[in-house]
Design a protein around this ligand. Structure first.
Ligand code: ADP
Ligand code: MG
Length: 732
């Protein structure tokens, strides 16, 4: 995590990133005359790309580099310098940055490597650099990066040493890997993906991916954000910013996240802890912020082409148009697999299609025009399908037979798309799949020119369209409200502090239940008893049946060892159960401190409500169908803390077993409002006590309306290191 991220909110002002992405003048420190050197490449790129301001080479000896007047040091440059690109050898970097500070340079891009990535010595040097930058209120990309780019016509900044010049477009790209940067720019050019800005983040000593997200949120040229991430930096800030970019500004974020997270191994663990392992945290964070997650860089490009060139579909009903049966079936399978629905074509649409197609053609979706399909038929059918109100997007497939001219087909699709869009009442996307490249290249070029993305296979086209539909749906969802309840925070604090003072990680069952009760989550009447008679007295007071259970921190899952005796209906049963539990503890060499007796809750649905701290994304909130089989069923949903009321409702809807909550097979439906409130209260508890490493309420027995749902068992584990401080709740 960079220092900047650890600092309070909003430290990087927009103006300071402007110094890097919209500078009015640039110095290249370490500009070199040597052919093939990085310093020379950067200088050449700056000039060739047509930077809209002055460029000053800094060279210790030469008076000219690449025909530009050079200066011995940045301080010798007679005019103001906004941005300095630093390409000097590592031992000189700190000195050079000091000179920049004296010169009043605002932005730095440090290309030079040999910092944190090489070990502790490099890390120390990087820390010095970071300190300098902060002291002087500068803004720095890198070190160890390949530069930055802004294609905006009023800037035209190519301060990178990449060999490829980008096309102007609306996709911004941040890459944490420098090596990948070059490939990214070359690939973007190959597939005609236009770039607004490109930033190679390097070691992220100062400017992070999050800072860029913030900048791109409001950059008018950027409409799509592409990220190649190895880590999230500050995950909470990422979550908040990503939501802002996607929801408030409506711009999709597509991300490849490498280096999947691993949960630290634990000797004993709560249910939530063991269910949250692996990659679920990153997935939850992406789902939470509407980020389109891509597994590969290839997929990132495929999808970027759709998002950056086509409107989002109004729904998920696709029409497939093809001149070959096989690919049509492939596309249909892929569409359904990725969650699209095959559009039901209207009577009129089918009649209109039949009027332009031969009788052997199929006018149901997928529309198979058969191999004889000509450019005019492509045009007419594309238009007819787009105009159908039951169609949200069209996927056009062309398998090039020798007799048909692919360029003419492409022109037909372009014309059909234009006409169809004019007839449709809402914008709809058109994607194409051109198979048989050999003589399809001309066609592909024509489609790209018209901003219709083309794919070599139908699967990637279908996948792209499905992601676009999902994003559109997500963006339209109401975000919901963060809720805040009146709670007994000081009582909760006292419980946590006592465990801390005693050096305990795990809270006992009684303490855990007291903690959730302090946050207003209902529990059942309970008492610690040391004799059967005390248990019987309690049962007579609250009413039979009761449950007797062991409470020893050594026993994580009580029922696993027979430590829970339910449905005790008489003094005799209580006595028997009491001695049974004593024996179980004695057999395990555990010193008994008495047992817990609880009122028994009858009926209802057992659910689990949990939270777990994750090293990458902060806390996750979990909800699922609970009880002792939860790990077996794994029917659980995760969200990133903090959650809104609507997040909670969506978690509930996500469960395979959701019907069990809504009255399955004659059982009365549970009171969802009580459940929802319990989850939100737990979320609030986590916000107030980030030192809770993991906890779960299992089961929280959800009961029908009119009865009081209650938590009958809880586990809480504290983070021995105390957890991280965090911003107040309510920040999105
Ligand atoms: P553990 O999860 O450690 O095994 P629990 O206290 O959750 O122990 O008890 C195990 C199971 O016993 C619960 O999932 C639930 O089915 C049942 N149970 C426990 N206490 C009660 C209670 N007060 N009312 C109803 N059922 C209970
Ligand atoms: Mg339990």
């Amino acid at each position: 995590m960079s220092q900047r991220e650890a600092a309070p909110k909003g430290v990087v002002q927009k103006a300071s990133l402007d110094a890097i992405l919209r500078p009015s003048s640039v110095a290249v420190i370490g500009a070199s005359r040597r052919e093939g050197s990085i310093g020379r490449e950067i200088l050449r790129n700056l000039i060739q790309f047509g930077f809209q301001g002055p460029v000053y080479p800094v060279h210790p000896k030469s008076r000219h580099v690449l025909s530009l007047r050079a200066w011995p040091s940045v301080e010798d440059i007679p005019d103001p310098v906004d941005l300095a690109i630093v390409v000097v050898p590592q031992p000189l970097v700190v000195d050079v940055v000091e000179q920049c500070a004296r010169k009043g340079v605002k932005g730095l891009v440090v290309i030079t490597a040999g910092f944190r990535e090489i070990g502790p010595e490099g890390a120390a040097e990087e820390a010095r650099l970071q300190e300098l930058v902060r002291q002087h209120g500068m803004c720095m990309v890198g070190p160890n990066c390949m530069g930055v780019l802004n294609t905006s016509p009023d800037v035209r900044l190519d301060a990178s040493f990449a060999a490829t010049q980008p096309l102007v477009g609306n996709a911004a790209f941040a890459s944490q890997s420098g090596a990948l940067g070059e490939v990214v720019l070359a690939t973007a050019r190959d597939v005609s993906l236009g770039i607004s800005q490109f930033v190679s983040l390097g070691n992220k000593a100062d400017v992070s991916g999050n800072d860029l997200l913030e900048w791109w949120a409001t950059d008018p040229q950027t409409q799509v954000v592409l990220l190649y991430l190895e880590s999230f930096g500050n995950p909470r800030r990422f979550a908040r910013l990503a939501r802002e970019v996607t929801r408030t500004h409506g711009k999709p974020i597509l991300a490849v996240k490498s280096g999947r997270t691993r949960q630290g191994a634990r000797a004993a663990s709560s249910h939530t802890g063991s269910l949250a392992g692996g990659d679920r945290a990153a997935s939850a964070l992406f789902a939470h912020s509407g980020v389109v997650r891509c597994d590969t860089v290839q997929e990132l490009f495929d999808k970027a082409l759709g998002f950056s060139n086509q409107p989002l579909p109004p729904g998920n009903r696709v029409a497939i148009l093809t001149n070959a049966g096989g690919p049509g079936i492939m596309a249909t399978d892929a569409a359904v697999y990725f969650g699209l629905e095959m559009a039901e074509l209207s009577e009129e649409t089918r009649a209109a299609l039949a009027a332009v197609l031969p009788p052997e053609a199929s006018v149901a979706n997928p529309v198979d025009m058969i191999a004889s399909a000509n450019p005019e038929q492509y045009r007419a059918c594309t238009e007819i399908l787009l105009a159908d109100p039951g169609v949200d997007g069209v996927l056009t497939i062309f398998v090039s037979p020798v007799v048909t001219d692919p360029a003419a087909v492409a022109e037909g699709i372009v014309a059909g798309a234009k006409a169809g869009r004019e007839r449709a009442s809402v914008p709809k996307p058109v994607l194409a799949c051109f198979m048989g490249r050999e003589h399809g290249d001309r066609g592909i070029a024509i489609l790209r020119e018209a901003r219709i993305p083309t794919y070599p296979f139908p699967e990637s086209a279908a996948d792209t369209l499905a992601s676009m539909a999902r994003f559109a749906r997500w963006r339209a969802l109401e975000p919901g409200e963060y809720r805040s309840f009146e709670v007994d925070r000081s009582r909760a604090r006292a419980i946590v502090e006592r465990a801390r003072a005693e050096g305990r990680e795990w809270l006992g069952v009684e303490e855990s239940l007291a903690l959730v009760e302090a946050y207003g989550i209902p529990t059942v009447p309970m008492r610690r008893v040391s004799t059967p008679d005390e248990a019987i007295a309690f049962a007579e007071q609250v009413g039979y049946p009761v449950v007797l259970k062991v409470d020893a921190t050594e026993v994580v899952h009580k029922s696993d060892v027979g430590g829970v005796q339910v449905d005790l209906r008489s003094p005799g049963e209580i006595k028997g159960a009491f001695w049974d539990l004593n024996e179980i503890l004695a057999g395990r060499g555990i010193e008994g401190r008495g047992h817990l007796v609880q009122k028994m809750v009858t009926g209802g649905q057992e659910t689990i409500i949990g939270a777990v701290g994750d090293p990458t994304v902060g806390h996750l909130i979990m909800f699922g169908l609970g009880g002792v089989f939860v790990e077996l069923m794994r029917d659980v949903a995760f969200r990133v803390h903090p959650v809104t009321d609507l997040d909670v409702r969506r978690m509930m809807a996500e469960l395979k077993g959701a019907p069990l909550l809504h009255g399955h097979r004659g059982a009365p439906p549970v009171d969802v409002a009580q459940l929802e409130e319990a989850i939100l209260r737990l979320d609030q508890l986590i916000g107030d006590f980030p030192e809770i490493a993991e906890m779960d309420l299992n089961p929280f027995v959800a009961l029908p309306e009119g009865r009081r749902s209650a938590c009958v068992d809880a586990r809480v584990r504290l983070d021995p290191t105390g957890g991280k401080p965090r911003r107040r709740r309510g920040a999105r």
